[in-house]
Design a protein around this ligand. Structure first.
Ligand SMILES: [Zn+2]
Length: 513
């Protein structure tokens, strides 16, 4: 077997694990990417060889993406190759690894979205049954959730995520170039050598650092680009006693903290820009469909990609970065707790909200948080986000009904009320160090645990009321209106029974049972 084909790594030993844990306690490793290195110094003949390789590489990678996305079992990047190819074994393995990476994140996102859909269905069925039982179907307006199967990713941009088995970065010996890339091609045994010249800002980042062995090559607008990266260890600055600050990610404000501060927003100018852009794209798509019907050739059709859309997306990212920086400036000594945000499963009632969600690049927020905190040696941890917007911080009751609208949290059991985003941030902060919760394997287990805690709360309430039971002097005791039924002749035991009923919000009857 070729020793330079990637092999499955050996399992980490106890010793390795111990070392890793120690490092996690004292340091943060951040990876800096050095992007936009143009490979323009190479002669056209060399780059043509790269094009030829990519012409074989990309279709193979795509076939594996389809295979890995649709297979029953999770992708195995070290499995036996299943497709015939002109590629060398090493390139073939790299294609499989790249495809497995794409398929893995696609499968996770799809699965999360599907679980969210199943929950929606269960919630809908329950609500419908309740409406039927109470004979108010005429007022039941909810539509049954539907599932649209996801498309398997299509690789459009020629890109190879390479390792040292197929692309090697060599320090240049003369001063004309900074590095040479040695790239495997279809012509086995004669690798391609491509010169690399760095800009001064590239050199600044790489100064005195070791370049990682993984590299990325991609082609856009007829130009080949190289991405390099290097790791940096940053000593952890956060004290063990640092205040814990929960961070909720949302639409109204990009970030809301448990310290009751808000940063960044998609509303205002950006939302207007987004709306204009959406209308423009819709018009273009209509025109396209119309021209296609008339048989116009493909190259005459208006493009569906939108420059203003890309501009907006960049703008949103800048705003997010600014919001994250402000958050960190305001909480320099804190330990940040945020949600492992799963955009696919975030649901919004309004349809237009989904477009907002997409445009606002919410997923960029946790990435930026992790990066900005890591760079400063700040502790930042993710916790289970499931039901963080629905759980009551006082009684742990979990239900959609606790969110009468996007802005408000109001527990239907104990009446606890707060601004929804602030409450979610407080809940996230509280989940840090919660081992029982961290041990849950899926959302269902999270919900079961929270409802178990709610039961404990209910029992405690009951005991508290019992303890507070005054000596039996029934004649002085005035039962609350809600439990007073004058038609019943109450004997003392019945009275006491009533007395023990925990005080619940009147609207909650169904939720408790
Ligand atoms: Zn409550």
């Amino acid at each position: 077997m070729d020793p330079r084909v990637s092999q499955k790594p050996e399992k980490a030993t106890e010793e390795d694990k111990k070392k890793r844990r120690h490092k996690q306690r004292t340091k943060r490793t951040i990876t800096r990417a050095v992007t936009h290195i143009r490979l323009i110094e190479a002669n056209p003949g060399k780059l043509a060889a790269l094009d030829q390789m990519m012409a074989v590489y990309l279709p193979i990678c795509q076939r594996y993406v389809i295979l890995f996305c649709t297979a029953e079992t999770p992708p195995d990047k070290y499995g036996d190759p299943v497709f015939e190819s002109e590629l060398s074994n090493r390139l073939h393995r790299v294609a499989m690894q790249q495809a497995a990476g794409i398929a893995k994140s696609w499968r996770t996102n799809r699965e999360n979205a599907y679980q969210a859909y199943l929950e929606d269905v269960a919630d809908y069925v329950q609500a419908k049954a309740k409406a039927e039982a109470e004979d108010r179907m005429s007022a039941f307006k909810r539509t049954e959730p539907t599932w649209n199967e996801w498309h398997v990713p299509v690789l459009r941009v020629p890109v190879i995520q390479a390792n040292a088995n197929v692309v090697v970065v060599e320090q240049s010996k003369d001063s004309t170039f900074d590095y040479w890339l040695r790239v495997s091609t279809l012509d086995k045994g004669t690798p391609l050598r491509v010169p690399v010249k760095l800009a001064s800002y590239h050199k600044q980042v790489l100064k005195e650092r070791t370049i990682n062995t993984s590299t990325t090559l991609h082609k856009r607008n007829g130009v080949w680009w190289l991405t390099l990266s290097c790791d940096e260890d940053v000593p952890l600055q956060t004290e063990p006693s640092a205040p814990v600050v929960g961070v909720d990610v949302g639409i109204a404000h990009f970030i809301t903290t448990s310290t009751n501060k808000e940063y960044g927003s998609f509303h205002g100018k950006m939302a207007r820009q987004h709306k204009r852009d959406r209308e423009k794209r819709r018009r273009k798509a209509k025109l396209r469909a119309c021209l296609e019907k008339k048989g116009a050739s493909a190259d005459k059709l208006p493009s569906t990609s939108s420059a203003s859309g890309q501009r907006l997306s960049r703008h949103v990212k800048q705003e997010i970065n600014r919001a994250v920086n402000e958050l960190i400036t305001d909480h320099p000594d804190a330990r940040l707790i945020y949600e492992d945000l799963n955009v696919a499963s975030m649901r919004f009632k309004a349809r237009s909200m989904n477009a907002y969600l997409y445009a606002s690049n919410l997923a960029h927020i946790p990435e930026q948080l992790a990066w900005a905190a890591g760079q400063r040696g700040m502790a930042a941890h993710t916790v289970w986000a499931a039901y963080s917007s629905q759980e009551c911080p006082r009684c742990h009751f979990v239900d959609r009904a606790n969110r009468p609208n996007q802005k408000t949290f109001k527990c239907v059991v104990c009446g606890y009320e707060d601004h929804a985003d602030h409450k979610a941030a407080v809940t996230l902060a509280g989940r840090w160090g919660d081992r029982e919760l961290a041990a849950c394997r899926d959302k269902r287990e999270v919900k079961a645990l929270l409802l178990k805690r709610h039961d404990v709360w209910k029992q405690q309430q009951q005991q508290r009321i019992e303890c507070a039971d005054p000596p039996v002097q029934l004649s002085f005791w005035d039962p609350p209106e809600a439990f007073w039924d004058p038609s019943q002749v109450l004997n003392s035991s019945r009275m006491r029974e009533l007395h023990r009923v925990p005080v619940v919000h009147p609207a909650d009857e169904s939720a408790v049972g």
